[in-house]
Design a protein around this ligand. Structure first.
Ligand SMILES: NC(=O)c1ccc[n+]([C@@H]2O[C@H](COP(=O)([O-])OP(=O)(O)OC[C@H]3O[C@@H](n4cnc5c(N)ncnc54)[C@H](OP(=O)(O)O)[C@@H]3O)[C@@H](O)[C@H]2O)c1
Length: 167
């Protein structure tokens, strides 16, 4: 089984602070929603808790939460305690994908387990004060493709680009 990673980061690979996101970018949220709709999303327990209760589970997606606590309850989601367990639960039809949606601990875990063969990375064109960072990636053998180039507007305070990586 292979999964697709999806992340948005600032210019210093920053992705979060105080268990929250660093920006509000509706256009990137739209991209995230359209890309992951209908598929399985896998997230760390902290990421799950960072989503306001009224927005979780993420609709029209099978939500899987990773926690070492086997008694952890995430209403509307499946809780697993290792990456290996994802395979039993995710929608495994040929056109269904498994998306690793963070946070940092889960990105690192999935990359080190060699689970990722595709990534969508949103590069937000600014720097932010942060306490959570996307892990370093060995870029050998990854091919890059431009997906979206967005200029900031009245609703989206930062410009960003989205790139797709495959290997
Ligand atoms: N910009 C973006 O694209 C993006 C995307 C997602 C999240 N974020 C941000 O990232 C931050 C959260 O990231 P984070 O790194 O602090 O936390 P996280 O990766 O969301 O969750 C960490 C938790 O996952 C569980 N976990 C970790 N390794 C595990 C393993 N080997 N087996 C089983 N469970 C395991 C543990 O849960 P237990 O403690 O319950 O055992 C751990 O506390 C927030 O600020 C969030 O807003 C940003």
């Amino acid at each position: 089984m292979k999964c697709t990673l999806i992340v948005a980061m600032g210019e210093h690979r920053e992705i979060g602070k105080d268990n929250d996101l660093l920006w509000r970018l509706p256009r990137d949220m739209k991209f995230f929603k359209e890309t992951t709709q209908g598929h399985t999303v896998v997230m760390g327990r902290k990421n799950w808790e960072s989503i306001p209760e009224k927005f979780r589970p993420l609709p029209n997606r099978k939500n899987i939460v990773l926690s070492r606590n086997k008694d952890y309850v995430a209403n509307g989601a499946i809780v697993v305690s290792s990456l290996d367990e994802i395979e039993e639960h995710y929608y495994s039809n040929s056109n269904k994908k498994c998306f690793i949606i963070g946070g940092a601990e889960i990105y690192k875990l999935a990359l080190e387990a060699n689970l990722i063969d595709e990534m969508y990375i949103t590069y937000v064109k600014s720097t932010f004060e942060a306490d959570t960072y996307f892990p370093f990636v060995n870029w050998e053998n990854w091919e890059e493709e431009d997906i979206l180039d967005f200029e900031k507007d009245e609703k989206n305070p930062y410009s960003f680009t989205v790139k797709k990586y495959t290997r």
